[in-house]
Design a protein around this ligand. Sequence first.
Ligand SMILES: Nc1nc2c(ncn2[C@@H]2O[C@H](COP(=O)(O)OP(=O)(O)OP(=O)(O)O)[C@@H](O)[C@H]2O)c(=O)[nH]1
Ligand SMILES: [Mg+2]
Length: 382
Amino acid sequence: MSSSAYEGFNEESFFDRVEAQFVKKAPNLSQTLNIAVIGKVSAGKSSLINALLKLSRRQALEIAKVGATSGVTTDLTILKLDEKVHLVDSPGLDDVRTENSELTKKFLKHIDVGIFVVTGSSDSSQKKNLDDLRQHCDAIFVVLNKIDEWDDLDPSVLEDIIQQWKTDLEVEKIYPTCAKGYDPKSRLPTMDIRGVAKLRNDIGDFLEKKGKDLLLARHMAQKQSHAVKIIAVALAAVAGEAFIPGSAIYITATQGAAIASLSYLYTGEILSAESTLSILPKFVAETAGSNLFLFVKSFLPPTGIVDVAAAGVAVVITLALLATVNYLLSNGEELEQEELLRSKFRTYHQQAKDTFKELALTDVRDLPSWTKLVNKFLGSRQ
Ligand SMILES: Nc1nc2c(ncn2[C@@H]2O[C@H](COP(=O)(O)OP(=O)(O)OP(=O)(O)O)[C@@H](O)[C@H]2O)c(=O)[nH]1
Ligand SMILES: [Mg+2]
C-alpha cells in the first residue's frame, strides 16, 4: 500500500498531526508592522495613505486627516491601526524623534516599510531626508504624487521629471501617483486615484515575503482581492499535497490555515488551531457525529492510491469550503452559523464541481492560474 491518504496514522493521532502542520502553515500574527510615510507638508501623505487602504472619503476622516490648509498632521504622529500595526505620517523623522516617547523610540528602531512622498520638480535637497529614512527601513518606496499637475503637458515632461528625481535621489524606481479627492473641502465629485494599485501590490509582495501582508490587508476597506490570494494559494498547495503520502494531514492543515487567514482578514481575530479545525467537520455534519477524521474521509479515499481524480476532488472541496468561509465572513456572519454554512457550502460545492468539469483538466496541477480561477469563481456570484 503506497501513497495512502492516511498512511501511517490512526484516528487518534490524526488531529495532533494536523495541528502540528497547521502551526507551520498558519500566518504568524504575533509580529508587528511599522510603516512610515514621510514627505513635505501638503505632499499628499494623508491622501496617499487613504488611497492605499482604499478608504472612502468618510472613512478617511477617521484615519488620516486630509487638509486643504497645510500642516494638518501635526500633533500625534503615530497612527495605531491596531496594537501591532503602526503608521507614521510626518514631514520627516526628526519630527518623530522630538516626540521621544516609548512608542516612537520603538518605532524608529525598526520600520518595515518607508514611503517617501515627493511632488513637483526634482529637488536634490530631499535626498538627505530619504537617506535618513532609509537607515531605519527594510524597504523604501519613493512616490511622486500629484502627477495630475502635469496632465496638460506632453507626457514626456512627466517622464523627464521622474528621471530627474531618480538621478537626484539616486533611486532606481519611482511610483508616480495621484491621490486626489480625499480633501473634505474639495468639490470634486469623484476621486482621481492613479498608480496607487501598483504601489499597493508591490508593498503587498514585499510584506508577503516577510509573512506580514495579512497584518496590513486587514485594514484595507476592500478585502476581496486579498481573500482571493489566500484561497488561490491554498488551492495550489492542495493540488500538490494530494499526491504526498499522508496527504490528508497536509490538505486539512492547509484548509485550516486558510480559514484562519480569512478570519483574521475580516475580523482581526486570531483563531487557535483547535477552534479553526473544529470548523471543518461542520461542513459535512449530515454524517452524524462527524469529526475532523470523518470530514477528511468524506472526500479522500481511506485506502489506496491518491490519484489525479482524488486530487481533483480535494481541490473542489477546498474551493467550496473556502468560498463559503469567505462568503460568511465578508457578509459579517459568524462561522458558527452552521445552517447557513452548510447550505452555502452545498451550493458552492456544486458550482465548484461544474467549474472543474468545464475546465476538463486531466490533472489539477496543470491549471495555469489559480488566482484567475478564484477571481472568476467568487466574482460571478455575491
Ligand atoms: N492635485 C492633487 N492634489 C492632491 C493630491 N494628493 C493630495 N492632494 C491635495 O493636497 C492637499 C494636501 O493633501 P494631504 O493629503 O493633506 O497632504 P499631507 O502630506 O498629509 O499634508 P500635511 O499633513 O499637512 O503634511 C489636499 O488638498 C489634497 O486634496 C494629488 O495627487 N493631486
Ligand atoms: Mg497629513
